[in-house]
Design a protein around this ligand. Structure first.
Ligand code: SF4
Length: 368
């Protein structure tokens, strides 16, 4: 009886999915309130296939860099940032950072640098186009996916330039795309509670809009599992979907579970999200974001076993090798800091899917 009742709550959503209709706000809440996890997964996988998805699952060989962990903002969920005088604070000099990236490339070539960092109060604007140019000149074949929208906003304050002008400077220096960080949850209530020092959430959207208009593709995220409601999660998806309708510039959506370790939330008793919630978020993201082609199972935060299962819940991308990832690990991620390509290939194959190594723009590098 209980199972039948759960299936009933999803029946209207299923009808819409099979008819190719768009889901609305109430449908999103219904998905998140559903306790029928397997039906959600099956529905998300069906939607993925109906929208042209195949058995191919993507990953990239990439290097994660963080040019500084010094940050003035003090988001309450962040275990990565330090003040300038705190133990463990660091800032890479441009030459040293480039030398490090080149040295890693010499050991194992990679296709993308993913680099984000804190909003350092004493680094001037020129550092950002400077480091972009230096990395691109040293590694011309590597795609530069650099700086969150919050960092771009920070650069507008440093330079007096608009978001579009800063992005144009960075593009000219070699920027290829923006990562999706800094979105958190767009609701102002949530932003006041978890990141009161951060710019208004509208800035995230206007920065990505400006990037798309300049031909810079971007990624989008949601950091879930802290103080937000289901309604606020759905609202977040709808705002992303609306922008994607307008510009088509998002390459992928990455749902990021909040990790409380080493944050104020840990002391207040917050726990890691559950596997149930993580899979539900993957499935509901696929169902709501009907115009974003790729949904990532971010194994660094949900673990490789759950990422493998997520491939049956609407995900079609497992991110990549993420050499030297630090931010999630500072917040207690217990996953290894690098998954070798062979491990990712095995993971995808065991899930019955076809592993495809991609570049940032989803061009195929190699099919396994
Ligand atoms: S999340 Fe980003 S902006 Fe917020 S404190 Fe951490 S590094 Fe700074």
């Amino acid at each position: 009886m209980a199972l039948a009742a759960h299936l009933d709550t999803l029946a209207p959503v299923r009808e819409k999915i099979l008819a190719g209709e768009r889901l609305d706000f109430d449908d999103g809440v219904t998905l998140l309130e559903s306790e029928d996890l397997l039906a959600l997964g099956e529905l998300a996988d069906t939607a993925r296939r109906l929208r042209g998805g195949s058995d191919e699952v993507y990953f990239i060989n990439n290097l994660y860099l963080n040019h500084t962990n010094v940050c003035r903002v003090k988001c309450k969920f962040c275990a990565f940032a330090r003040t300038g005088r705190q133990e463990g604070a660091y800032t890479w000099d441009i030459d040293e950072l480039v030398a490090h990236a080149v040295e890693v490339y010499g050991r194992e070539s990679y296709d993308e640098i993913h680099m984000v960092g804190g909003e350092h109060p004493h680094i001037g604007y020129d550092y950002y186009p400077g480091v972009t140019r230096a990395l691109k000149e040293a590694l011309p074949d590597v795609h530069m996916k650099l700086f969150t929208a919050s960092e771009i906003h920070h650069m507008t304050r440093l330079s007096g330039k608009t978001h579009a002008e800063v992005l144009a400077d960075l593009k000219e220096a070699g920027l290829g795309s923006l990562p999706g960080g800094g979105a958190e949850v767009f609701a102002e209530r949530v932003r006041r509670l978890v990141a009161p020092g951060k710019e208004h959430p509208d800035n995230w959207l206007s920065t990505h809009r400006a990037a798309h208009k300049l031909g810079i593709p971007t990624h989008c995220t949601m950091l879930y599992g802290h103080v937000e409601t289901y309604e606020e999660r759905v609202e977040h998806w709808l705002r992303l979907r609306e922008l994607q309708d307008e510009t088509g510039g998002f390459l992928a959506f990455i749902p990021l579970p909040f990790h409380p370790e080493n944050t104020v939330f840990q002391r207040r008793g917050w726990r890691f999200s559950t596997g149930n919630d993580d899979l539900k978020m993957i499935a509901a993201s696929r169902l709501m974001l009907d115009n974003i082609p790729n949904i990532k199972a971010y194994w660094i935060m949900i673990s490789t076993p759950l990422a493998q299962v997520a491939l049956h819940f609407g995900a079609n991308d497992i991110q990549g090798t993420v050499m030297e990832e630090q931010i999630a690990h500072a917040a207690g991620a217990v996953t290894p800091q690098e998954e070798r390509i062979a491990d990712l290939v095995a993971l995808v194959r065991e899930a019955g899917r076809i592993p495809v190594q991609r570049d940032t723009l989803y061009n195929t590098v190699r099919t396994f």
